[in-house]
Design a protein around this ligand. Structure first.
Ligand SMILES: [Zn+2]
Length: 412
C-alpha cells in the first residue's frame, strides 16, 4: 500500500462517517412531528409541546451547522498537510520527541478549542438561554474553559508523555506499559472522581438530615445496601436540567443528586431514581463497564502497537519525519469505524442495563414514582418523545421514555 492510498482511505472514512451520521440526524428530524404515543400524552401540555418542537428543530439545525463546519475544516487541514505544518513548528524549537509531541498536540487542541468556542458560547448563551435552561454566567463559562485546559495539559499531557517514554525504551511492547498506566488511571478516576475532579467544577454538600434522607435510608436498609455518602451537587450553577448519578465502588461508592433534581421531584420519585442507581450497582453494571473499558483499551493499544512503527501512517498524513504522535493521529482516524462498532455494542449493553436497573427499582421499590420522575425529567429537558428507531439504536445509551414506561408497567 502507498501513502497516497492510505490518505484516500482516511478521507473516505471521514466522509462516509459524516454522511451516515447526517443521514441518521435527518431521519430522526423527519419524525419530530410524529403524534405523541398515548402513554406519553401527559408529559407536555400544548404550549410545552410547541416549545419542545422548537427546541428539537433548533438543536438539529445548529448541530448540522457545527458538524459541517468542523468537517470542512478537518478536510482542508488534511488536504493542505496541516499536520506537517504543525509538526514543523514544534520541531523548529525542540528536539526531544516527547516535547515535540506535547507542543504538537497542544497546538492542535488549543487551535480546535478556539475554533469551537464561539459555537459552544452560542449554544449556552443563545440557544439554552432562549429555552430557559441556561444558568451559566460568563464568568463560569470562562473559568470552565480554563480549568478544562489545565486538566488537559496536566492529565492528558502527563499520560501522553509517559506513553511516548514507554515507546522509547520498550518499542512495540509499549502497549503493555501504557495499558497498565491507563488501567491504574481509570480505576483511580472511577474511585475518586467525586473527590478529585468534581470539586474543581462544582460544590457538593452531604444531603441534609430530614425527611428525604430518612426515606432514602429506609430504602437502602430494606435492600441491604450500605450507603452513607449521598451528596447534593449545585447543578443549578450551569443549567436547570436535572440528573443523578452513581460513582465509585467499595467504600468510595456514593450517590450524587443534582439540586435541580431535588427541586423538580417529590421525595418518593427521588427514592425511585436512587433505587434505579442502586440497581446498577447491585446488578454489577459498574464493575462490568469498568472491566469492559479496560479490556477495550488494552485491545486498542495492542492493535496500535502493531501499526505504530510503520512510517506509512505518518506519510499518509503528508508528514516526512515519522513519529509516534503523527502515527497516533493517523491510527485514530483509521480506527474510527472499529470504535463506531464498539460504541454500538456498548450502547446496546447500556440500554439492556437500564432495563435491569428499572426492573430492580420496580421490584425493590415501586414503578409508579419512577415513571412519573422519568416523565418530569423528560418534560423539564424538553426531550424528544418520538426519536427514530435507527437513531436510538446508534446514539441512545438509555431506552426511550416510551420503552422504559412500557417496561415499568409490565406486571413483574
Ligand atoms: Zn441508569
Amino acid at each position: 500500500m502507498t501513502a497516497t492510498t492510505l490518505f484516500y482511505i482516511i478521507l473516505a472514512i471521514l466522509i462516509v462517517n459524516f454522511i451516515i451520521d447526517k443521514a441518521l440526524d435527518a431521519l430522526n428530524a423527519k419524525h419530530f412531528n410524529d403524534p405523541i404515543p398515548h402513554e406519553l400524552q401527559d408529559v407536555y401540555d400544548e404550549t410545552e409541546y410547541k416549545k419542545s418542537q422548537a427546541y428539537k428543530k433548533t438543536n438539529y439545525k445548529f448541530g448540522l451547522l457545527t458538524s459541517s463546519f468542523s468537517m470542512v475544516l478537518t478536510l482542508i487541514f488534511l488536504i493542505f498537510d496541516g499536520f506537517e505544518y504543525v509538526d514543523n513548528i514544534a520541531r523548529s524549537y525542540f528536539e526531544n520527541p516527547i516535547i515535540i509531541a506535547l507542543i504538537f498536540f497542544g497546538i492542535i487542541m488549543i487551535g480546535s478549542d478556539i475554533l469551537s468556542t464561539p459555537f459552544s458560547y452560542y449554544r449556552t448563551f443563545v440557544i439554552e438561554e432562549r429555552f430557559g435552561f441556561n444558568k451559566t454566567t460568563k464568568k463560569t463559562f470562562v473559568m470552565d474553559k480554563i480549568k478544562g485546559w489545565l486538566m488537559m495539559v496536566f492529565l492528558g499531557g502527563g499520560i501522553l508523555a509517559l506513553i511516548i517514554w514507554f515507546y522509547q525504551f520498550s518499542g512495540d511492547n509499549f502497549w503493555l506499559y501504557a495499558w497498565a498506566l491507563t488501567t491504574v488511571f481509570t480505576i483511580i478516576m472511577n474511585m475518586f472522581y467525586a473527590k478529585l475532579i468534581v470539586p474543581l467544577f462544582n460544590k457538593q454538600t452531604p444531603l441534609d438530615a430530614g425527611g428525604l434522607r430518612d426515606k432514602i435510608s429506609n430504602y437502602t436498609n430494606s435492600v441491604g445496601f450500605k450507603l452513607d455518602k449521598i451528596f447534593v451537587i449545585d447543578g443549578s450553577k450551569r443549567s436547570t436540567k436535572a440528573n443523578a448519578y452513581f460513582s465509585g465502588f467499595g467504600s468510595e461508592k456514593r450517590v450524587t443528586l443534582f439540586d435541580t433534581l431535588i427541586n423538580d421531584l417529590e421525595d418518593e420519585e427521588i427514592v425511585a431514581v436512587l433505587a434505579h442507581e442502586v440497581g446498577h450497582y447491585k446488578k454489577k453494571h459498574i464493575i462490568f463497564n469498568l472491566t469492559a473499558s479496560i479490556i477495550l483499551t488494552g485491545l486498542t493499544l495492542y492493535i496500535l502497537s502493531i501499526f505504530i512503527s510503520n512510517p506509512l501512517l505518518s506519510h499518509a498524513l503528508g508528514v516526512d519525519i515519522p513519529s509516534f504522535h503523527i502515527g497516533l493521529i493517523a491510527f485514530g482516524l483509521l480506527y474510527a469505524p472499529i470504535s463506531e462498532v464498539t460504541s454500538l455494542i456498548m450502547n446496546w449493553i447500556s440500554r439492556t442495563f437500564e432495563y435491569q436497573a428499572d426492573n430492580y427499582a420496580k421490584k425493590t421499590y415501586k414503578a409508579q414514582p419512577l415513571i412519573s420522575s422519568l416523565k418530569k425529567l423528560s418534560k423539564n429537558s424538553l426531550s424528544n418523545l418520538t426519536p427514530h428507531k435507527a437513531y436510538v439504536f446508534v446514539h441512545y445509551s438509555h431506552p426511550t421514555l416510551l420503552e422504559r414506561i412500557k417496561n415499568l408497567k409490565l406486571k413483574a
